[in-house]
Ligand binder design. Structure first.
Ligand code: NDP
Length: 331
């Protein structure tokens, strides 16, 4: 389900791998704060490539809430040093490979979340740049049927969706309630629960205008949180996946012995919180579902935002109203 028109999407790209410059254009900040600390620079040093890394020419990048929470300084204690080039999600083309790289070669079209640990020492040189250096193990080959915009939209969100479902012990025949079904992560939790894990019932919450989207993604029940309080409904679920920060309410609608996955906010027993670990193997595992079209990228229709409009893209994401993913393209 791409809400964007295909004319806006990236279907073909040509990347010259023979000439990697020493400096590049990138967004960066050298102090924590709001959108205004973001600066566009034309002379950021292209990152060097470690033995286990490849250099990716970025074609498209996607934004995640962690980008702005990090920029606001919420993770200062474990953040890498400033200045920061933000950006976790990338889709692009390999233009250089490190000495120990065995599975990727120059010219490969790849996608991934470039920081293995989202909060613990994330990369100083992120994906909102012309080039980014990434460990081979964090990347996967781009599904052939997806364009770069669609591919860039997926890694952090789909890896979070998948890891949360696995940690919750989700499996065939179980029921799930997804709180925030229309956001970047929730739109993928709905699809993975239904298409990959074989859920018996998927319910999800959103505001009125997004209920149809939830159903199109596979939700059996779409709950309008502006009209109904899910806590007051009779149903209880094997798993509640909280992608909005309603941990206390979430814990009230889980079945005895069930699990509550909490991505943000307070955790109430039996809820548990985790922070996503980037791994290319999850993407490789899910590629068949993406290639068959069973699982689809959901791109917010206000984008993709061109590279020079990254501030606007962040301001929009920070309203908490984005549907699916906010993507930056072309970079
Ligand atoms: P998004 O910015 O994509 O979520 C936006 C969506 O939130 C909108 O579509 C909006 O729908 C919906 N929303 C807002 N308020 C409510 C509400 N009260 N009930 C239901 N839906 C609501 O966020 P992501 O999906 O990218 O991330 C979700 C959260 O998870 C963030 O806090 C993020 O930081 C966190 N996260 C944590 C990770 C981890 O590893 N722990 C990894 C990834 C994300 P509407 O307009 O209909 O309200």
């Amino acid at each position: 389900v791409s809400a964007s028109s295909s004319s806006k999407s990236a279907t073909k790209t040509t990347v010259d791998s023979s000439t990697v410059p020493s400096q590049m254009k990138a967004w960066m900040y050298d102090e924590y704060g709001g959108v205004d600390v973001l600066k566009f620079s034309s002379d950021v040093t292209v990152p060097s490539v470690e033995d286990d890394q490849v250099l990716v020419k970025v074609v498209a990048a996607a934004l995640n809430p962690v980008d702005f929470k990090r920029r606001l300084g919420k993770f200062q204690a474990t953040d890498s040093a400033l200045p920061t080039v933000p950006g976790y999600d990338v889709a692009g083309v390999v233009v250089k490979v490190g000495k120990k790289v065995t599975g990727l070669k120059v010219g490969d079209e790849v996608y991934g979340d470039i920081s293995e640990k989202a909060l613990d020492g994330p990369k100083q040189s992120g994906s909102l740049a012309e080039y980014t250096a990434v460990e081979e193990k964090l990347l996967a080959l781009k599904p052939k049927n997806l364009d770069f915009v669609q591919a860039a939209s997926l890694p952090l969100a789909i890896e979070t969706a998948y890891e949360g479902l696995e940690r919750a012990g989700f499996s065939e025949g179980k029921s799930i309630l997804v709180l925030n079904g229309a956001g970047g992560v929730g739109s993928l939790v709905i699809q993975l629960a239904k298409q990959v894990f074989g859920a018996s019932k998927v319910a999800a919450t959103s505001s009125t205008s997004k209920l149809e989207l939830l159903k199109s993604l596979g939700a059996d029940l779409a709950i309008d949180y502006t009209k109904e309080d899910f806590e007051q409904l009779p149903d209880k679920y094997d798993v509640v996946y909280d992608a909005i920060g309603q941990g206390e309410k979430a814990a009230k609608v889980v079945k005895e012995g069930g699990s509550v996955v909490v991505l943000t906010g307070a955790v109430t027993p039996p809820g548990f919180r985790f922070v996503v670990t980037s791994t290319g193997s999850t993407l490789t595992k899910l590629n068949p579902y993406l290639e068959s079209g069973k699982v689809k990228a959901v791109i917010d229709k206000n984008g993709p935002f061109p590279f020079d409009r990254v501030k606007e893209a962040f301001s929009y994401l920070e309203t908490s109203r984005a549907t699916g993913k906010v993507v930056v393209y072309p970079v």
